[in-house]
Design a protein around this ligand. Structure first.
Ligand SMILES: [Zn+2]
Ligand SMILES: [Zn+2]
Length: 507
């Protein structure tokens, strides 16, 4: 495997970002290396280092949002605004949590922040910190930053408090210490700063230089092309024929055959342990494969029975735990069956229940995860493409799963032209906006149908039922969508996913 990608480094306190990159480069014998957003020498935590071709991803990661944990000392200010500098201001003000909590909300949102004098900002080609050290006077200009969230975590000592800040890149924690103190009519500086998140990367994934030197470097592979992904639902018989035994090995195998998505189906229930799911997640991350999961078929949001409602809520919540463990972000589920109700009654009930679920269940642990209700292939199941899109309008947390094999079944085989697909996507764009349509989830396979709709899944070589993938590929290209496309062919899901990938590439 070519050693190109991103190293998620845990930079120690006291080391410059430059040196950290040089040491990483040396340990990996890499030709090229560069960091994606500097971290003060006195700060520690997450530093993203691009390795070889990974350095080209600079633009993609430099501007990603960051999370910091930091400890401030109030009542004193140092010239560097950290513990390295000398004290230049002092008073006897004692601040308490309540005073801090009162002013914190006023920092949330966009504002112009003045960088610290001791920073790497350039003044006429010279670093501001070098000028400051020489005692020269100069003016810096404020920079637009945004704080999305700031929390007071705890008081450690008199005038010593710990915070967590979620902000844009370019934000200076040290400046924030100064500005926060000013609002409290006092001074402050940062005793410690730890970067815990950079975009989707978090400190838990980070490795120390020692671990990298020991030869255990984890290189994150980032797909540079467009974001469209192809993969199978479950493991193809060919996976086992190739000598692999468990789903934990699936990401490695998928990467080797040229696929980068994988849907794990819990159709008959959650039979896997969470630690195993976590192993799959680690492997998926390592090999650049995005995992989605399919919920148990017995979830039903359209059943009037109260007990069924409670159970369904529980099943969804349980499923989200698995998505998180597998580091995925799509949770695919079926809305449910119409039962003895009218169509309208069933849809209203399902919509209200989904609303209730989203409003009453605490989903804060699953912020990057989307619930993806699927279009269905049998008439009695809730899930025409319009029904699914309409249901998704109730929350940003919902993104449709378009199963075009199913849609073709309920259209009696009439899903044929590029225009047929464009019509579906355009309805989605109109109702949910482009972003959510762009990131939709797709199931694709040819499916036999009859009077009641879907009968059974077929392989891509079937010529009788369809649908054909080419018009869908054209519609996706035309609209510049980035869906995850999961192939649900019978037995040949990985092989057919590759056929689809090639069709898409050759358009
Ligand atoms: Zn399904
Ligand atoms: Zn499906």
């Amino acid at each position: 495997m070519d050693n190109s990608g991103i190293i998620v480094l845990n930079k120690p306190r006291g080391m410059s970002s430059f040196l950290a990159v040089q040491l990483t480069k040396k340990a990996l014998s890499a030709k090229k290396a560069g960091h994606m957003g500097t971290l003060d020498p006195l700060a520690d935590g997450l530093l993203l280092v691009g390795i070889n071709k990974g350095t080209k991803l600079f633009d993609k990661f430099l501007h990603c949002n960051k999370v910091y944990r930091t400890v401030f000392k109030f009542g004193e200010e140092t010239d560097t605004l950290d513990s390295e500098g000398k004290i230049i201001n002092k008073n006897n003000v004692v601040v308490n949590s309540e005073m801090i909590e009162n002013v914190l909300p006023s920092f949330v949102g966009k504002s112009a922040q003045m960088p610290p004098k001791y920073s790497a900002k350039k003044i006429n080609g010279q670093k501001a910190c070098d000028l400051a050290r020489k005692g020269q006077d100069f003016e810096l200009s404020p920079k637009e930053i945004e704080i999305f969230d700031v929390k007071l975590l705890r008081q450690i000592d008199t005038n010593v408090f710990e915070f967590e800040i979620f902000c844009t890149s370019g934000f200076y924690v040290r400046s924030f210490a100064r500005d926060l103190a000013k609002k409290l009519d006092t001074f402050a500086f940062a005793l410690s700063i730890t970067r815990t998140k950079c975009g989707d990367f978090s400190l838990e994934q980070a490795q120390t230089l020692e671990e990298i030197k020991e030869g255990n470097a984890k290189v994150y592979v980032i797909e540079e092309e467009d974001g469209i992904r192809f993969g199978p639902s479950g493991n193809s018989p060919s996976f086992f024929e190739a000598g692999y035994k468990t789903s934990v090995e699936a990401p490695k195998w998928l990467k080797s055959v040229g696929l980068n998505a994988y849907e794990y189906s819990f159709g008959r229930g959650y039979t896997m342990s969470i630690p195993t799911a976590e192993k799959i997640g680690q492997e998926a991350e390592k090999y650049g494969v995005r995992v989605s999961i399919h919920a148990p078929y017995y979830i039903n949001f359209a059943n009037p029975d109260e007990e069924m409602k409670t159970k369904s809520f529980g099943y969804v919540l349980k499923g989200l735990e698995y998505v998180k463990a597998m580091k995925g972000n799509h949770f695919v589920f079926h809305i449910g069956s119409q039962g003895k109700q009218t169509r309208e009654e069933a849809i209203t009930l399902a919509t209200n229940r989904l609303k209730e679920f989203l409003e009453t269940v605490d989903l804060s642990a699953y912020q990057d995860i989307y619930l993806c209700p699927e279009t269905m292939g049998k008439y009695l199941q809730i899930g025409t493409y319009k029904e699914i899109i309409d249901i998704c309008t109730i929350s940003e947390k919902l993104i449709p799963t378009f199963d075009f094999g199913h849609i073709n079944c309920t259209m009696k085989g009439e899903l044929k032209k590029v225009g047929d697909y464009l019509k579906i996507f355009n309805y989605c764009i109109e109702k949910l906006g482009f972003e959510r349509t762009k990131n939709c989830h797709i199931h694709f396979s040819k499916i036999e149908f009859g009077d009641k709709g879907e009968i059974r899944h077929l392989n891509y070589n079937d010529e009788l039922y369809g649908p054909d993938f080419t018009p869908l590929a054209k519609a996706i290209k035309q609209l510049k969508l980035n869906p995850t496309i999961i192939c649900e062919s019978r037995d040949f899901m990985a092989e057919d996913a590759l056929i689809m990938k090639n069709i898409y590439k050759n358009i």
